[in-house]
Design a binder for this molecule. Sequence first.
Ligand code: HEC
Length: 312
Amino acid sequence: MAAVVAARSLARSRGFFLLPSQPGGALRPQAGVASRPGLSRGKKAALTALGALAAGGAGLALALHTAVGAFELELHPPQYPWEHGGLLKAFDHSSIRRGYEVYKQVCSACHSLQYVAFRHLIGVTHTEEEAKALAAEIQVEDGPDDEGNMFTRPGLISDYFPKPYPNPEAAKAANNGALPPDLSYIIRARHGGEDYVFSLLTGYCDPPAGVNLRGELHFNPYFPGQAIGMAAPLYNEILEFEDGTPATLSQMAKDVCTFLCWVSMPEHDTRKRMAVKALLLGGILFPLFFLFNRHKWTVLKSRQLTYQPRRK
Ligand code: HEC
């Protein structure tokens, strides 16, 4: 009997109500091995208050983040329905190809694309022969040769796109002190991504009355500060597309943005395809794992511990 009393008091002190609390009550233990003692009422109230505070704080932060004040003199780009927007959409590759034409004929005069080589175009926008021909159009400095001299040779597909300026200082000097950024990651490096760059390219307009800009600056409501060092690079019909698409300003801007989007995330199409595969496979495997896990643990989870008092 002493053992039962000891066990009962131990159980009660630990919060485990394994044994009936009434002395002399039936010695049939309850099902279930242990249940964690509940939190005290004060702690529950404190936790609830903390939760409410955190939720309120997050809500306030979100409201402040999305609120637009009159002091914010910046036009946010609208969201455009991109061909590649959406979980299951891939890039429009003919648009990437036209975008490359725009980059090559217009933007490459000032902007470098230092992480793109001609070989990257193969299978995306161009065939291998086309890429070889494009690369061969440029002259690359190579060397040293056997006599220690540098020499120039026609470009190979392993060469990276040529840079318009040898160094940032030369780029600034040629652009009134403004540095044309490398466009390799520009889509990822700006808020709004391709929507922003598209709006920037198509958004040039006359400054409103009372706004005077320095001579070499141009008014663009989408650029932070509105005064940008880049003159509007695109106008209707400044080039002709190989595939005969009418080269309107918005068409060229859309295509060059799609191209820059591909440049900044060349893994985009593969990534989305992998995601679909992973979700499908996970959708099948996860429930199976769940059932398997449950099956393996049933023995332990459904066992019952009972206390058998020794008969005197
Ligand atoms: C005549 C030279 C020139 C050409 C051509 C040019 N740009 Fe620029 N670009 C600049 C300069 C200079 C800046 C830096 C502006 C500044 O910081 O005020 C710039 C900045 C930019 C920016 C960055 C804006 C930002 O938020 O910081 C983007 C994007 C851009 N150019 C895209 C293009 C695209 C796309 C083309 C081709 C359609 C192009 N540019 C053609 C000179 C040029």
